[in-house]
Design a protein around this ligand. Sequence first.
Ligand code: FES
Length: 89
Amino acid sequence: MSDKVFICRCEDLTEEEIKQAIDEGYTTLEELKCKLRLGMGPCQGRGCLSLARRILCQKTDKTTEEITLPPSRPPVIPVSLGTLASDEK
Ligand code: FES
């Protein structure tokens, strides 16, 4: 059995990978998103950004208020291309 702790299940990112990136100097969620694709999976970060923010707080001695969440861009829920292309309202 593996002792890996997956933080972002959509992008298969482990706690260790996130901590390593923070040690390399990526100290905001936006930077972690760019480096690791954190929060860019199908759930758009609903399952991982708050966990990653907690790790960032622990590693950088910042409060949760000091670490802002990356801006969410619409659509905030998955929408099929068929729905977007449809004339139905
Ligand atoms: S768990 Fe990270 S994007 Fe879904």
